[in-house]
Design a protein around this ligand. Structure first.
Ligand code: LLP
Length: 432
């Protein structure tokens, strides 16, 4: 199996964290998002321990909650001692409603409105990751009005291409995010921030991309960011205390993807950073990282029911399921690869290629092409798509007026409904 929380039981059924996915499909209906809570917690602990050990006692991960945002996940993050990154007032609202400590929230985004800034500061937000000069001035003005100095990190673009696909590559100079170091804009905005009455500049942030499978791009980013930090100290006498290296550690979606070990990757990045700091006689900063995908992706599995099988002689075979791009738009958007199997026949060899089609009225609504399934899949078989914990529910829509599926969490052998299935009435919830 692709990941060690997946297995096949005596009935030939796929299990997730020990739970029989066929029984869960029958109990909750399909489509159904399953989330292995124990796996998410274990990943949080790995990041928390490794970052302290390899970067220093103040260093810690922030959960990039854009990957999967619902009330229960913020409770888990809070219980595990994680901080979180939010990218919108909506994510902030849900985190606060879940009881998450505002002081441990970092608010991202390249187009924050004045309302967003007021809402965040009024809620006692810990940090803004400030993207640009307009935002900087807005934060400072409102902080002054409230009589506080707001802690921020400035987002920089170090100009790294981590050889990932363009849609998720955000650290290059030509980017809608942050200020580029090479153009001098990073230095200019830093000077501005240092002198603003409502701003407490703690340090700098970069995020170089997503689905990265080795430490090298992070070390390259650390080199460029540390060169900038050393320059600031030498030129302005300003020693930044925090360096946020963003998210991006990759996840295995198919057998073709490599496996990346989080602990040993962080160890290598930590050793690299200590070396740069020693060489420059610079105090090791507090290091933050923002994993999203690598915390939740391989904890998720989606279960569908096959509704139709179609063979086109001389062409290919389709299986059509009761979900698709509304609950998982990643193939339609990025051509992302997934692994599928039949949850009720998980012990049978996968040998016949199928195109797995969704139920939307749109031919690009596919989960994937050339996906291997056992011979002769049947209407009513349960189709499992593996590694759907990140950017599936988070990116889900109601396209074609299809209600979003529920999320069921599995912990300690028990299943809990964390998000209920949307109803048809929910579809009209905002209609006059
Ligand atoms: N921090 C920042 C500033 C980010 O922009 C992102 C992701 C992360 C952290 C988390 O990165 P991760 O650890 O999850 O790779 N919808 C796309 C992914 C977009 C990622 C955007 N930024 C997908 O489905 O692949």
């Amino acid at each position: 199996m692709l990941h060690d929380n997946l297995s096949v039981n005596a009935a030939g059924h796929l299990t997730v964290n020990g739970a029989d996915t066929v029984e869960l499909a029958e109990k909750y209906g399909t489509p159904l998002y399953l989330l292995d809570e124990d796996r998410v917690r274990a990943k949080c602990r790995t990041y928390l321990r490794a970052m302290k050990e390899y970067f220093g006692p103040e260093s810690h991960p922030l959960y990039a909650s854009k990957a999967l945002s619902f009330k229960g996940i913020y409770k888990i993050a809070s219980e595990e001692g994680m901080s979180v990154d939010v990218v919108s007032p909506g994510e902030l609202y849900i985190a606060l409603a879940a009881g998450f400590d505002a002081g441990n929230i970092y608010f991202h985004g390249n187009a924050k409105t004045m309302d967003d800034i007021r809402f965040a500061i009024d809620s006692g937000l810990g940090y803004f990751v400030c993207d640009n000069e307009t935002e900087l001035r807005r934060i400072s003005d409102y902080a002054v009005e409230k009589g506080i100095r707001q802690k921020i990190l400035l987002r920089l673009t170090p100009g790294i291409d981590p050889h990932t696909f363009d849609a998720v590559n955000t650290g290059k100079v030509d980017s809608k995010f942050g200020s580029a170091i090479t153009t001098g804009q990073a230095e200019a905005i830093t000077k501005l921030a240092m002198d603003m009455p409502g701003i407490e500049l703690r340090g700098f942030h970069c995020h170089i991309g997503s689905q990265i499978f080795d430490e090298k791009p992070f070390c390259d980013a650390a080199d460029l960011m540390m060169t900038f930090l050393v320059m600031l100290r030498d030129k302005y006498g300003f020693t930044a205390s925090t360096l946020n290296l963003g998210g991006g550690i990759g996840v295995r979606y198919t057998e073709a993807d490599p496996y990346i070990d989080i602990d040993s990757t962080l160890k290598l990045i930590g050793a690299h950073l200590h070396k740069i700091c020693d060489e420059n006689n610079f105090p090791m900063p507090q290091v933050l990282m923002e994993p999203g995908r690598s915390l939740v992706a391989d904890a998720g599995v989606t279960i569908y029911t096959i509704q139709n099988i179609k063979n086109i002689p001389g062409f290919k075979s389709y299986t059509a399921i009761d979900g698709g791009m509304p609950d998982n738009p990643r193939y339609a958007l990025y051509g992302s690869r997934y692994t599928v199997l039949l949850a009720n026949r998980a012990d049978e060899a996968a040998e016949v290629p199928f195109t797995v089609a969704g139920r939307c009225c749109e031919s690009g609504d596919l989960i994937g092409e050339n996906m291997l399934l056992p011979k002769d899949p049947k209407v009513g078989d349960y189709l499992a798509v593996l590694v759907t914990g990140a950017y599936n529910y988070a990116m889900a829509s109601n396209y074609n007026c299809i209600p979003r599926p529920p999320i069921v969490m599995i912990a300690d052998g028990k299943d809990t409904l964390a998000v209920r299935r949307e109803t048809y009435a929910d579809l009209m919830g905002c209609h006059n």
